[in-house]
Design a protein around this ligand. Structure first.
Ligand SMILES: Cc1ncc(COP(=O)(O)O)c(C=O)c1O
Length: 396
């Protein structure tokens, strides 16, 4: 192996390119894809050791692969944590993490505004196994405190959160949880480690849909969990039974994507602020929800815990459902498609999208209005995005 001495205290843009240098296994500058499912062992003892060793990535691919270890190493460095693990999807990361940490009789507190499948898993799946859930409005720490019982094991938060970009105070949550011996998990998908590092604010575990900003190009499905080695070992152990492991090629695509994360997120931040500011002044638009706007009710908190405000925003077309649907139909650059966090601007009407996993009552609980539009602002020239929006709005 070629020797390199990586300096300490590298900045995120550099870490994204070089943090996995120690896992280099050759002179190739672009990493190889380790597609092999299984690896030779030297003896019964070697076989037995490798089979039991957490995170061993050269035994059998469900345990991990050298390709997933590389992207995991970069993620751990960017989030400021000891360890990370890749999964086949964001939901695989979230469900495996929770299943590893709770058992029958335990209680979980989560915020109401979570990704729809996370809510569905908590409120429809876990109760079948005797795990109790309390959902609270994340805007006040008192709501979390009041919900704590002696059985509370976990708190799950997501910030900024779908679809109103509500912010959760990560420092207060982690302080409260620590005094009650409760493990905290933060879904950091929208913010990315470029804009927010929950672990440095005291949160125990960070999860991502790496399908989104980490991959960044709408061409892979993956997830990850990041945190202490001790917690990750428990999650790894559960993953041996559940089998939610990331495929090598998707890990490789995520690694390729994360190399440019800083560059892309900086552009997403800039473009989204310009789009949000434009929409705020448009006569056909009602409320605009973007944490970077001073009109956002939690702008001050967002400034405290985020170094940029991300590419996600929502806005309301007060004329309602049909006007929202017509707006999407009239766009030519922005694409009406599920997902977010990639280079192309994607738009959805949450009232339509959330129907897949949630009831009408649950959708109403999330403050979703019929004409609401969620936009994942891409890295196109912002003037082209603005012209596209302007033209589509002129037709409704
Ligand atoms: C915030 C958030 N968390 C988790 C997920 C689930 O990720 P995946 O689709 O990769 O399973 C999503 C998907 O949209 C998401 O937006």
């Amino acid at each position: 192996m070629l020797k390199r001495n990586l300096p300490q205290n590298l900045k995120p843009a550099t870490k994204a390119l070089h943090a996995d240098f120690a896992i280099e296994d050759g002179a190739s500058v672009s990493p190889p894809i380790h597609q092999s499912v299984t690896y030779r062992t030297d003896s019964a003892e070697d076989f037995s050791n490798k089979a039991q060793e957490p995170f061993n990535d050269v035994f059998y691919a469900r345990h991990g692969t050298p390709t997933s270890s590389r992207i995991a190493k970069v993620l751990a460095e960017l989030e400021g944590a000891e360890e990370a693990m890749m999964f086949a999807s964001g939901m695989a990361a979230i469900t495996t993490t929770i299943l590893a940490l709770v058992q029958t009789g335990d209680h979980i507190i989560a915020q109401k505004n979570l990704y729809s499948s996370s809510i569905s898993f908590l409120t429809k799946f876990l109760p079948k196994f005797g795990v109790d859930i309390t959902l609270v409005d994340q805007q006040s720490i008192d709501n979390f405190e009041k919900a704590i019982t002696p059985k509370t094991k976990l708190m799950l938060v997501e910030t900024p959160a779908n679809p109103l970009m509500k912010i959760t105070d990560l420092k207060l949550i982690s302080r409260l949880a620590k005094t009650h011996n409760v493990i905290t998990i933060c879904d950091n998908t929208f913010a990315t480690p470029i804009n927010q590092t929950p672990i440095t604010l005291g949160i125990d575990l960070v999860v991502h849909s790496a399908t989104k900003y980490i991959g960044g190009h709408h061409d892979l499905l993956a997830g990850c969990v990041v945190g202490t080695r001790e917690l990750l070992m428990r999650i790894w152990d559960t993953s041996m039974d559940l089998g939610p492991t990331a495929a090598p090629f998707n890990s490789w695509l995520a690694l390729r994507g994360i190399r440019t994360l800083k560059l892309r997120v900086t552009e997403h931040n800039t473009n989204a602020l310009k789009v949000a500011s434009y929409l705020e002044k448009h006569p056909k638009i009602g409320n605009v929800f973007y944490p970077g706007l001073s009109s956002h009710p939690q702008h001050k908190l967002a400034k405290q815990q985020m170094s940029g405000f991300g590419g996600m925003l929502s806005f309301d077309i007060p004329k309602g459902y049909q006007a929202g649907a017509n707006f999407l139909k009239n766009l030519n650059i922005c694409i009406n498609a599920a997902s977010l966090g990639g280079i192309d601007t994607l738009v959805v009407q949450p009232a339509v999208m959330f129907k897949a996993r949630l009831t009408d009552a649950e959708i109403h609980e999330l403050d979703i209005t019929p004409g609401m539009i969620r936009m994942s602002v891409g890295i196109e020239d912002v003037n082209d995005i603005l012209n596209d929006i302007d033209s589509a709005l002129s037709k409704i």
